[in-house]
Design a protein around this ligand. Structure first.
Ligand SMILES: NC(=O)c1ccc[n+]([C@@H]2O[C@H](COP(=O)([O-])OP(=O)(O)OC[C@H]3O[C@@H](n4cnc5c(N)ncnc54)[C@H](O)[C@@H]3O)[C@@H](O)[C@H]2O)c1
Length: 273
């Protein structure tokens, strides 16, 4: 039986990289898009272009430029989303719900643990901020979305992880820790959503090394790109569209039993020597 509800996707990190590509792909597949991003003024024209592309797909775009790890911002954003839902239901008669949640935030400290002095080494604030934005914020969004009744049977939560969760890479220590925490949070949320019989599934998506603004911030990027290119058995690096297409496919009907996993979307990069 066709679903009478209107699917929305909430993309945290919607202005760039994986989040942008997935927001665009889900809009083309019929989802309305709620997007959160954190950009300076020079990035706003790009955000406007993304919203225009979503509108051109005939879908709604509700975006906010804010720190996704801030509790007050999150509450305000969700209050605005609720108003959108109520207005949409009143005009279309369809029940909106958040079918896809994507956590794709890149905001980490890239300092070594053992720099030559305290200033060039990671400190408590750096560590806590990286873990809060890149991992713990997933839990707080999931709590509020669930308690607020935004999720429904068939909703899917995805969080972007990387090979860095199991490999040591230069100055990636704090992000590596965040990826471990994020994968753990996905398992815990998957189990708790299942026990509450919500019909909500949660999986981490482990993308291969992909050229995005976040990758270009990593000091070891050239080595990472060269390594991924030579190692990937598909003969090329992962692209943001590879991940976007995978998320659209995984979000279709019939995937309700896939939960609590780390799903590789890397063309076989991790398993290749
Ligand atoms: N690029 C890679 O090779 C790669 C591989 C595997 C996993 N990942 C992961 O994928 C995720 C997305 O990375 P990307 O490469 O697409 O990065 P990106 O820099 O292209 O995009 C990051 C997005 O996060 C937003 N953002 C950052 N901090 C924010 C905050 N505090 N509040 C709200 N929005 C914020 C930015 O505005 C942007 O929209 C990250 O978690 C990253 O670790 C990246």
């Amino acid at each position: 039986m066709p679903d009478a509800r209107q699917p929305w996707a909430l993309v945290l990190g919607a202005s760039s990289g994986f989040g942008e590509a997935t927001a665009r792909a889900l809009a083309a597949a019929g989802y309305d898009i709620a997007g959160v991003h954190l950009d300076r003024r020079q990035g706003q024209a790009h955000v406007k272009a993304i919203k225009t592309a979503i509108a051109a797909s005939g879908r709604e775009a509700y975006f906010a430029n804010m720190n996704a790890a801030d509790d007050a911002n999150r509450a305000e954003f969700l209050a605005g989303l609720r108003e959108r839902f109520e207005a949409q239901q009143a005009t279309t008669g369809r029940q909106p719900y958040v079918r896809v949640v994507m956590h794709s935030l890149a905001f980490g400290t890239l300092k070594p643990f053992l720099g030559p002095d305290a200033d060039s080494s990671i400190n408590r604030k750096n560590m806590e901020m990286t873990l809060d934005v890149m991992a713990h914020s997933l839990v707080y969004w999931a709590q509020d979305l669930w308690r607020g009744g935004f999720l429904g049977d068939g909703s899917k939560v995805y969080a972007m992880t990387s090979e860095g969760s199991t490999r040591v890479i230069g100055n990636y220590g704090a992000v590596s820790a965040a990826k471990n925490a994020l994968e753990s949070h996905c398992r815990q949320l998957a189990m708790e959503f299942a026990k509450h019989h919500t019909g909500v599934t949660v999986n981490a998506i482990r993308a291969g090394v992909t050229v995005t603004p976040a990758l270009m911030q990593i000091p070891e990027r050239d080595e990472l790109i060269a390594h991924a290119t030579s190692k990937n058995p598909m003969g090329r690096m992962t692209t943001v569209d590879d991940v976007a297409r995978a998320i659209v496919a995984l979000s279709a009907e019939g995937t309700h039993w896939i939960t609590g996993n780390v799903i590789g979307v890397d063309g076989g990069e991790l398993i290749s020597g």
